[in-house]
Write a protein that binds this ligand. Sequence first.
Ligand SMILES: Nc1ncnc2c1ncn2[C@@H]1O[C@H](COP(=O)(O)OP(=O)(O)O)[C@@H](O)[C@H]1O
Ligand SMILES: [Mg+2]
Length: 315
Amino acid sequence: MKIEGLKVYFSTPKGDVRAVDDVDLEVEKGEIIGLVGESGSGKSTLALAVMRLIYPPGRIAGGKILFEGTDILSIPINEYVRQFRWKKIAMVFQASMNSFSPTFKIKDQFFETLKVHGYEGDYWERTKELLSMVNLDPSIADKYPHELSGGQKQRAFIALAIAMKPKLLIADEPTTALDVVTQIQMLRLFKRLRDEEGISVLFITHDIALLSMITDRIYVMYAGKVVEGGNVEDVIKTPAHPYTSALISSIPTLDKTSVKGIPGSLPSLINPPKGCRFEPRCPVKLPVCSEKEPETFRVGDKHYAACWRLAPDRA
Ligand SMILES: Nc1ncnc2c1ncn2[C@@H]1O[C@H](COP(=O)(O)OP(=O)(O)O)[C@@H](O)[C@H]1O
Ligand SMILES: [Mg+2]
């Protein structure tokens, strides 16, 4: 999938909230890509745009999302639903653990999903297969959602999301409510789904520490913009954008007694700063930063950042 110049705006009485504002992002076949940024930076909005789940007052204000050569934003919605949603592109939502219906057994919810999507094959065989893909024993199919742990429910939901063999799975903060051990298991599971089922993953989180464990490349999003992208080791070891550095230094470690948050808060997305959106909070800003939006500069192989400090001709 290749996202080019995506803009998603929400109209409000005070003006448009520019939640996603000219974002480029690519997930190649077989990649596990991380998208990280503080709450409110536009990550979920981007994911919902890929699923075509942006409703008024929201709108796609520009850009393309190319999937296997088709701009999935330009085709009629019914065609998108018939060909892409769940079948090629699936999503695990932020609060999906709670989206099982409490009064039906897990098995019934799998059968219903397979039926709705027109699965041709044996529902029970497929349910068993899906549960084992996510390391769940088929016996849980006979249980009710409340009989499962949080981690089991989350894995069951991932199994449901991949029921129709999607090529891309978007996981929007799927682990936030889970303990650390369960979070790590979840990340291992995504790796296995990639290796064994060939599913690419766009993993969304506000926790940059989690990303160092699995992803190939990461994108750092701030106030509706991608500010840095690159291979995960490059970005974490040698961050090029001051915002990425701030995110990394706010990772709690065992030897740090207190965790530094990033001082200040996200700017208004209705009237964002005219120059760099991080300028008001940036500890190393230059005069140009409040005047002109930063260009994107390459700092290494596939590694780039939008920051004026990287300009080669900086005086
Ligand atoms: N339906 C909506 N109406 C107005 N503003 C919205 C709506 N949905 C999201 N936003 C705004 O878009 C911005 C990005 O939100 P979101 O994509 O949820 O961020 P993230 O997932 O990174 O926390 C926020 O400022 C949020 O308030
Ligand atoms: Mg979100």
